[in-house]
Design a protein around this ligand. Structure first.
Ligand code: ADP
Ligand code: MG
Length: 230
């Protein structure tokens, strides 16, 4: 479903988002009224200069940070402005997060990292780790430690962890920043497939390859969305 379908309720919906940070005596406004919606089946890219609020936006949409104003809904459920424990439970169930810094634990194997990332579904069941590894073509690296992986493998292991709970929404901050062309394509294809399977994908990126898989591109400037194009 695309933007012009009025019946398509957004899977990810951030409205009127503000985020202020207090630094000593000063207050910085990282977000000043950002509106963003990603519908089922859509891949949306966010671009903008350094310091424009991209990472802050992603953290607020992911429920990792709390906006100072506005609201975030995922699949119709509000995840902002809730107690931390509740926010983290909703996040684990509905949102897959891929951070630039990586989210894997260093002393655990790829298999154990992915095991740890899974939350049981409401029937107490887990997706098999082998299936998650297969999905990112990493079955042969299950026993490796994160530091033994190549950059591309590391990115895909992070992706497997982000997809462990089959989230409706995947949020990624520069997911392919340090990858070579071939590794980047593999990660982008997996993300694109998520959207094609009826989920929503939002990525912060500067890579032209990543922009080419996006249905829409939103530009942030000084904490505001200033432009949107297909
Ligand atoms: P981007 O990802 O687009 O480079 P960020 O979202 O990281 O931008 O930062 C937006 C603005 O908010 C910057 O001015 C940054 O210095 C400020 N900022 C972000 N996080 C914090 C924080 N935890 N404390 C204080 N200021 C912050
Ligand atoms: Mg950033």
């Amino acid at each position: 479903m695309k933007d012009d379908d009025p019946n398509a309720a957004p899977l990810l919906d951030g409205r009127g988002l503000y985020r202020f940070f207090r630094v000593g005596e000063d207050e910085t406004a990282a977000l000043r009224g950002v509106d963003i919606r990603v519908r089922r089946g859509e891949t949306v890219a966010v671009i903008g200069p350094s310091g424009s609020g991209k990472s802050t936006l992603l953290a607020c949409l992911a429920g990792l940070d709390e906006p100072s104003g506005g609201a975030v809904h995922v699949g119709g459920t509000r995840i902002s402005h809730r107690p931390e424990a509740e926010r983290s439970r909703l996040r684990a169930r509905h949102v897959g997060i891929l951070l630039q810094s990586g989210t894997l634990i260093r002393h655990l194997s790829v298999r154990d990292n992915i095991r740890l990332a899974r939350a049981a579904d409401r029937h107490g069941r887990h997706r098999p780790v082998t299936e998650l590894l297969d999905q990112v073509e990493l079955s042969h690296r299950a026993d490796a430690l994160p530091q033994e992986l190549s950059g591309g493998e590391l990115a895909r292991a992070g992706l497997a962890a982000a997809l462990a709970n089959d989230p409706d929404v995947v949020l990624a901050d520069e997911p392919t920043g340090e990858l070579d062309g071939d590794s980047e394509q593999r990660v982008l294809q997996i993300l694109r497939r998520r959207a094609n399977d009826g989920r929503a994908v939002l990525l912060v990126t500067h890579s032209s390859a990543a922009l080419s898989i996006a249905d829409r591109v939103i530009t942030l400037h000084d904490g505001r969305n200033v432009d949107e194009r297909d």
